[in-house]
Design a protein around this ligand. Structure first.
Ligand code: ADQ
Length: 752
């Protein structure tokens, strides 16, 4: 109530002050107006009497003048009148003016002298009076003057009563304003604040999974946004604390975002972590007139974003969105994610030609097929190589800028787009600890040997202190390739390459997902999750069984083989026609490249062919959803599927397999997994298949659909344990640990 009292008192003080000022001005204005009215009346009287007086004076009718003087005055603001001769001698005057001296007052003298009306004051014995004098002339000859003497001015209105009136008026207005203010306060501020407080209390005390909806109060929307972010962080922190407590109790040491953050802080001694990749984690694109922020599909972003969220730092990447440059600051930086900024994204600008040559050309038409054994010939063009070198140089410039002022900075370079970057940076900053992680497979030396710039690529990579692959096989292939291509010493016991006095360690770091946070984070409202029946109905799926595939549309992912295995399964098991639907979520990728463009068309026509072959009235075996889906959209597919097919012809790791496992906290569902993925080394309870063997894959689908619930649960529990233990935070923790232990004194003169 204190605020109400404060409002009432302040308004009352203002009202009293205004009433006093108003009364003062009112009184002085009324006094002036009264005086002016008196003067006007006297002047009018003088003008009106002029003719009569003139006539009486001309006739010398003294009695007539006296009668007239007696008749006028004492009322209406006129005290009386007097008539003077041409020399100022008094001829007649009202008897009420007997006290006045008979000599003409100053205004009369002026009127006689100037022949024009005059006004002024004249002294009586005890006071001064106002006189209006009018000259009396006939044919230009002065006959005298007429003086109208003003009556006493009535007393001006009294200040006290005027003040009282104004105060009462102000008081009434104040009371009205106070009433309205209190009502507005009550309903527009106090009410919503109480609502907000209740909402915040629910957030604080309630189940994080059951987050109440925020009150719909426009005035507080900035506050609501902040509180929502805060409550998310609180929920996460609470979950982390509970997890930590649980782990401590179980005597385990599982990796969590908080543990990673602590680890990074400790290992990097407060220095920010720098990450460089081609692909950016958040891309700004134009949608009509507005700008939308999207998360590009791809394993690298899926893996690294949670790490950067946990550890903070700067991520340097190519700004590929058409609205990217609209939202950055002068240093091309932006804090991300927008709703809860946790790290900095620094964008690197590339020209269209550079992007064509470096990204689409050398990286994706050259190195990608070179490293994946998937029967697509790599294309090597010298102009693409020139752009690749130039783009790497641009990334080096940006990274060097971010390293300014940092001692022994730690930098994690990502993938095959940036193979030259480690050496470029090491030359500039020998004190930097540099790692490069290669997200795709490394082929054997013969396969890699066809690359015209194999020496330059290896040399660039060996500028790093640490090189990471997903599996030991890829490490071995790499060391073999170095051994056969460059003059260097490969230490097979320590898995190290020594060259020009610099040592590079080569180790496997199997990448993973943020088990279990990814999916709880994107879909915390489990309560509102649709059940399987509703979900299938919404999807228009009439059958009983659901199989899924989730991929970037890439020819290495074995999507065609997957479709053919569905076809084969339905040929062998006709009873499943109308019962099994396979949904393929496919994010179009690198479609500027002809091979990808053709591949997408091929996938579509293959789905059509198979659908046409089996199609019944309201069922088709393959549903191809060709677009980018958010993780929130993908989640129900993972959770309701009977089986998930990951059938890559060759894949560094494959995170879809791990995401599927991480999402199945119901312990159901079967993973069919290609033996040519890195993931197949860890997820041994999946049904491991050779994607080139269509019969075998059809058999795996059959096994998946026949598998008992117990068998599914046992396998899923083991796979979940593996992913839980070897999550993305462990991957990052191990990588950063190894990088922080690099001995920089091993870096001696490169000319050695
Ligand atoms: P990719 O070949 O891109 O990555 P993969 O590991 O299969 O990837 O991960 C794909 C990611 O994209 C997953 O997070 C998945 O959810 C997402 N995704 C797939 N389809 C999508 C769709 N339709 N819409 C939206 N998102 C979709 C490379 C290597 C992999 C390696 C990763 C990480 O080729 O072998 O596992 O890097 O190192």
């Amino acid at each position: 109530m204190r605020i109400t009292r404060r409002i009432v008192v302040s308004l009352a003080i203002v009202a009293i002050a205004l009433a006093s000022l108003g009364a003062f001005f009112q009184v002085s204005r009324d006094g002036r107006a009264q005086e002016e009215a008196f003067a006007r009346r006297a002047r009018l009287l003088a003008d009106g009497l002029e003719g009569v007086v003139l006539e009486l004076v001309e006739r010398g009718d003294r009695k007539g003048l006296d009668r007239l003087a007696e008749a006028v005055g004492d009322g209406g603001g006129v005290a009386g009148l007097a008539v003077y001769g041409p020399k100022g001698e008094l001829i007649s005057r009202s008897s009420r003016l007997q006290a006045a001296p008979s000599s003409p007052p100053d205004p009369v003298r002026q009127a006689l002298r100037n022949g024009s009306p005059a006004r002024g004051s004249a002294g009586l014995k005890d006071r001064s009076i106002q006189v209006d004098a009018l000259p009396l002339t006939i044919h230009g000859e002065p006959l005298g003057a007429l003086a109208v003497v003003h009556g006493p001015t009535p007393a001006p209105p009294r200040l006290g009563s005027a003040w009282r009136r104004a105060f009462l008026m102000a008081l009434a207005q104040t009371a009205l304003i106070v009433l309205v203010t209190i009502l507005v306060l009550r309903f527009s501020i106090a009410g919503p604040i109480a609502q907000m407080a209740l909402w915040m209390k629910q957030l604080r005390t309630g189940e994080p999974a059951l987050r109440p909806a925020p009150p719909n109060v426009h005035l507080f929307s900035p506050l609501t946004r902040e509180v929502e972010t805060f409550s998310r962080q609180l929920a996460r922190a609470r979950a982390a604390v509970e997890e930590e407590a649980r782990l401590r109790q179980a005597g385990e040491a599982r990796w969590t975002p908080d543990r990673l953050a602590e680890h990074v802080r400790h290992r990097l001694q407060g220095r920010p972590l720098l990450v460089v990749s081609n692909r950016e984690p958040y891309m700004h694109v134009r949608r009509g007139r507005s700008v939308e922020c999207i998360v590009p599909a791809g394993g690298l972003v899926t893996a690294l974003d949670p790490i950067m969220r946990a550890s903070g730092g700067t991520w340097i990447a190519h700004g590929a969105g058409d609205a990217d440059w609209q939202v950055v600051d002068r240093e091309n930086r932006i804090r991300v994610p927008a709703d809860d900024p946790l790290y900095t994204l620094r964008r690197v600008a590339l020209t269209k030609e550079e992007e064509d040559g470096y990204y689409y050309g050398l990286a994706n038409e050259g190195l990608w097929p070179l490293c994946h054994i998937a029967h697509t010939r790599p294309v090597f063009r010298p102009e693409d190589w020139a752009h690749y070198e130039k783009a790497n140089q641009k990334f080096a410039d940006a990274a060097a800028k971010e390293m300014e002022g940092l001692q022994e900075p730690c930098i994690l370079i990502q993938d095959y787009h940036l193979a030259l970057l480690p050496e470029l940076l090491k030359q500039r900053r020998p004190d930097a600890r540099i790692a490069i992680f290669w997200h795709i497979p490394w082929p054997n030396p013969e396969a890699f040997g066809v690359c015209p710039w194999r020496r330059e690529l290896l040399q660039g990579m060996l500028g790093a202190d640490l090189i990471g692959f997903h599996t030991q096989v890829h490490c071995n292939n790499f060391l073999d390739t170095v051994d056969r291509t460059l003059e260097s010493r490969v230490d097979w016991e320590r898995f190290e390459v020594r060259r020009s006095g610099h040592a590079t360690a080569v180790h496997p770091y199997p990448i993973s997902v943020a088990f279990p946070e990814t999916f709880q984070d994107v879909a915390p409202d489990r309560a509102s999750e649709t059940d399987r029946e509703t979900f299938l109905k919404e999807m228009g799926i009439t059958g009983r069984y659901l199989g899924i595939g989730v991929d970037r549309m890439d020819y290495t992912k074995g999507v065609l083989e997957r479709f053919r295995s569905i076809e084969r399964f339905l040929e062998i098991h006709p009873t499943f026609r109308g019962e099994l639907t396979f949904v393929q979520l496919g994010a179009p990728s690198r479609t500027h490249i002809k091979r990808y463009h053709d591949f997408l068309a091929e996938v579509e026509s293959e789905a059509e062919r198979i659908n046409w072959k089996f199609q019944a009235r309201d069922w088709k075996p393959i549903v191809f959803l060709k677009r980018h889906h958010s993780h929130r959209e993908i989640l129900p597919f993972y959770r309701h599927a009977d089986f998930c097919m990951v059938t890559s012809l060759h894949d560094g790791m494959n995170l879809v397999a791990k995401e599927f496992v991480a999402s199945r906290d119901d312990g159901a569902g079967v993973l069919i997994l290609s033996r040519f993925t890195g993931a197949s080394r860890e997820l041994r309870d999946a049904l491991i298949v050779n994607p080139y063997d269509i019969e075998e894959m059809a058999g795996a689908i059959d096994s998946a659909l026949q598998m008992s619930r117990e068998d599914q649960a046992t396998r899923m529990a083991r796979m979940r344990e593996t992913v839980r233990e070897h999550n993305i935070y462990r991957w990052a923790g191990n990588l950063i640990e190894a990088l922080s232990q690099v001995r920089l004194d091993q870096v001696v003169a490169r000319s050695e």
